[in-house]
Design a protein around this ligand. Structure first.
Ligand code: ADP
Ligand code: MG
Length: 729
């Protein structure tokens, strides 16, 4: 009967690992499909090479003539590797990457002189037909079209037979239509602010780079099984399905041996990543069955974000070769853990210092404390904005779901650093006596390094944790483009560092203070002002929700609520002051994210209505008919005695009817709420209606369906079950 499910199960259970052999050692193939320094040195004239390096390191402009030379070298390199097409590769606000392929191949106007061509003009700027990308009203307002422009700080790469050129995507009036542009601006802003602060400690610092190391979690499901579930295919998650008798309660998957098919997939994937210069390093099982994690060595943030976007594409493509489907959704299955994407973040100087790493001397530890405390202050003052930056319909399932960080943003720093901050808080106001300074330097600031790395206990419930030499922003969703989180984090810390510098300079000038006196004084005040954000306890506990409310921390459990902070006056001021986004750009993003939320819930509602009415109910009726036949037969044989003999069947028949009625009435009620929501004109109101009026039906409808799954004959059930999705290896 339920042929698709059983065909899929047969297909999946007959699979063997695909044959795969590594072509070479990882280190020898690393980056060979990237137009990196080595390739540039080989294919570019020395002027062209210097031009690119200057643009990467100092943001100098590349003129048209130089661009022609660079394009020529790039083309020769690509042709030598069998490339036929090129594309501008960019990250529109749809959340996926976009590309439009053009062939190098060209002819003269009359079709003669066929030749491979690629000039500076094609490298530097393109105009994709951008009318169908989300723009939050930007283009409507300005009647402007969008164009893509080369981002030389992220090297071009080859995927398949296409040369991909990372680009920004902006409107002709200059507004950013993508994720990358604001990120690049935020990285410039934090570079400038952090470099100025570094000069208090080391005059030689000329550049500060924000670093990012993401950890990508995902599920790997057999492609035949995944295709047999319309909800997985349409929404990325299962909208119904009774939890499997065995889930993750035995903890037998985490760090266990990776199943052979999955391992072969990972080896193949890692080879692709190596060719593309993505420095993947770690792979392991995660907590839930069929859940895994992949993490690279950290990189400069813009490059790391590109690499994560690219990785998500590559993962899906490589999965096809291994008959897998990758699920990036934050909560594909009820009852087992969801997926996140921890964003490990730090700041590094061009002199090779990690600014969030404690070190050996008191002076460099004062530098560490400066960046450490400024980061805490930035998060303290902008917690709602940071929460808004990670809000999405799918991440709502995860935040606060007792497995992932709560929806309340707080900072965990560990016992040791808590003590250090307590001591710094007691620093005398004004000028410090020589004795106090010596004591501070020897006994407080000087003592940090010894025990710190071993002592940062891993508080897994904290959304923003200091882990020894970096902060780990754990609340980012597994489907997210890291840009949103990283643009916001670097913007708020950049702004904070800028303010810090002003305050310290003011003390030095007006109060005639020594530099380190002034620094101690400002840091002391910051510690006092940032108390509410520091939390060392259990972030999953109810007590924390109550405590956080008392402290005045926000606790936005849903995306429509959380998104408001994205376009608050504070956000508008911050982004424009830092030169990252103007008001139009900020408001456009807020609108787009609201719309995306609404659409996601709308699609889920439709798919759920469809599956429950067209799959679940017909199956339930079929089984109910079998039961009715059975009862009739028993009556024929046993006469009046049938009532006792067929008792259980009759109860089942009634129960099935009750659930069918439940599904029908709730789907109808949900559809009515959708209709009401659809006529609202305000994006915020519409998203709230979908959140508060439509979405609550999902669980109720699901419950009826999941009960029926338990009642109905397994042979008749059409939808692939949880145990089959989760435990097929
Ligand atoms: P885990 O958190 O799983 O125990 P690690 O502490 O080794 O593992 O690092 C996790 C991630 O943090 C890795 O992806 C790594 O690249 C990244 N990371 C380490 N140092 C930095 C840094 N200075 N800046 C940004 N990311 C970093
Ligand atoms: Mg981690």
């Amino acid at each position: 009967m339920s042929t698709i499910r059983f065909q899929a199960l047969k297909e999946a259970s007959n699979r063997n690992p695909v044959k795969f052999e590594e072509t070479d050692r990882k280190s020898t193939i690393f980056g060979s499909n990237v137009f990196n320094e080595k390739a540039m040195k080989q294919y570019l004239t020395s002027d062209a090479f210097k031009g690119v390096q200057g643009a990467v390191q100092h943001g100098t402009k590349i003129d048209r003539k130089l661009a022609d030379y660079i394009a020529m070298g790039m083309k020769e390199w690509a042709l030598s590797k069998g490339v036929t097409h090129y594309t501008h590769w960019f990250q529109p606000l749809t959340g996926t990457t976009a590309e439009k392929h053009d062939a190098f191949f060209e002819t003269s106007y009359d079709g003669s002189d066929p030749v491979e061509k690629f000039g500076g003009a094609q490298l530097v700027q393109q105009e994709p037909d951008a009318s169908s990308f989300p723009n939050g009203g930007i283009r409507n307002t300005f009647e402007a079209r969008g164009y893509t422009a080369w981002d030389p700080t992220s090297p071009a790469f080859i995927f398949g037979t296409t040369l991909c050129i990372p680009t920004v995507f902006i409107s002709y009036t200059g507004e950013a239509l993508d994720y990358k542009t604001p990120l690049l601006r935020a990285l410039t802003a934090i570079d400038e602010a952090a470099t100025e602060v570094c000069k208090y400690f080391d005059k030689n610092v000329k550049k500060v780079t924000a670093t990012l190391g993401w950890e990508q979690e995902y599920f790997l499901i057999d492609s035949a099984l995944a295709s047999s579930r319309p909800d997985l295919m349409m929404t990325g998650r299962t909208l119904l399905g009774h939890t499997s008798a065995k889930g993750q309660q035995l903890d037998d998957h985490y760090f266990g041996a990776i199943p052979t098919r999955a391992l072969t997939y990972m080896r193949d994937l890692e080879q692709e990543c190596m060719l593309l210069g993505i420095p993947v390093k770690t792979r392991h099982n995660e907590v839930a069955p069929n859940q895994f994690e992949l993490a690279p060595i950290f990189e400069e943030t813009n490059l790391a974000v590109d690499h994560n976007c690219l990785l998500m594409d590559v993962m899906q493509k490589v999965a096809e070769r291994h008959d897998f489907k990758v699920l990036f959704h934050e909560k594909p299955f009820k009852g087992v853990n969801g997926s996140g994407k921890h964003n490990n973040w730090s700041l590094a100087t061009d002199t090779g210092v990690n600014l969030l790493s404690p070190s050996k001397t008191p002076m460099s530890n004062l530098q560490f404390l400066t960046f450490f405390i400024n980061t805490i202050k930035a998060v303290n003052d902008n917690e709602a904005l940071l929460r808004g930056a990670i809000a999405s319909a799918s991440n709502d399932h995860r935040l606060g779901a007792n497995e992932a960080p709560p929806a309340i943003i707080s900072v965990f720093i560990g016992e040791q650093l808590t003590k250090v901050l307590d001591e710094l808080e007691g620093v005398t106001a004004g000028k410090l006596s020589p004795e106090e300074k010596t004591d501070l330097k020897l006994n407080v600031v000087g003592k940090i390094p010894d025990v710190l790395l071993d002592n940062t206990d891993r508080n897994r419930t904290s959304p923003f944790a200091f882990t020894g030499n970096k902060f780990e922003f754990r609340a980012v969703g597994s489907t997210a483009n890291c840009s949103n989180a990283m643009t916001t984090l670097n913007a708020i810390v950049g702004k904070q560092l800028r303010d810090f510098k002003k305050e310290v300079d003011a003390l030095i000038e007006s109060k005639d203070m020594k530099k380190d006196d002034a620094i101690f004084n400002v840091l002391r005040e910051y510690i006092k002002q940032s108390k509410k954000i520091l939390f060392e306890g259990d972030g999953y506990s109810e007590e924390w929700e109550i405590e956080a409310a008392k402290r005045g921390l926000s606790n936005f459990k849903t995306t429509p609520q959380a998104l408001k902070a994205r376009a608050s006056q504070q956000a508008l001021d911050l982004f424009s002051e830092m030169g990252i986004m103007n008001h139009i750009e900020v408001e456009a993003r807020y609108e787009i994210e609201l719309e995306e939320y609404t659409k996601k819930i709308q699609i889920e509602g439709r798919v759920l209505g469809d599956i429950s009415k067209n799959h679940v109910i017909p199956t339930a009726i079929r089984y109910q008919n079998t039961l009715i036949e059975n009862v009739k037969g028993l009556k024929d044989i046993f006469g009046t005695e049938f009532e006792t003999i067929a008792k259980e069947q009759i109860i089942l028949i009634k129960e099935i009817s009750r659930h069918i009625e439940g599904i029908n009435s709730k789907v109808e009620a949900m559809t009515n709420e959708r209709k009401k929501a659809n006529v609202l004109t305000d994006a915020q109101e519409m998203a709230e209606a979908y959140c508060d009026k439509v979405k609550p039906y999902f669980e109720i409808i699901r419950e009826h369906c999941d009960k029926l799954e338990l009642l109905v004959d397994n042979e008749l059930w059409t939808l692939t079950k949880y145990r089959e999705l989760l435990f097929t290896k």
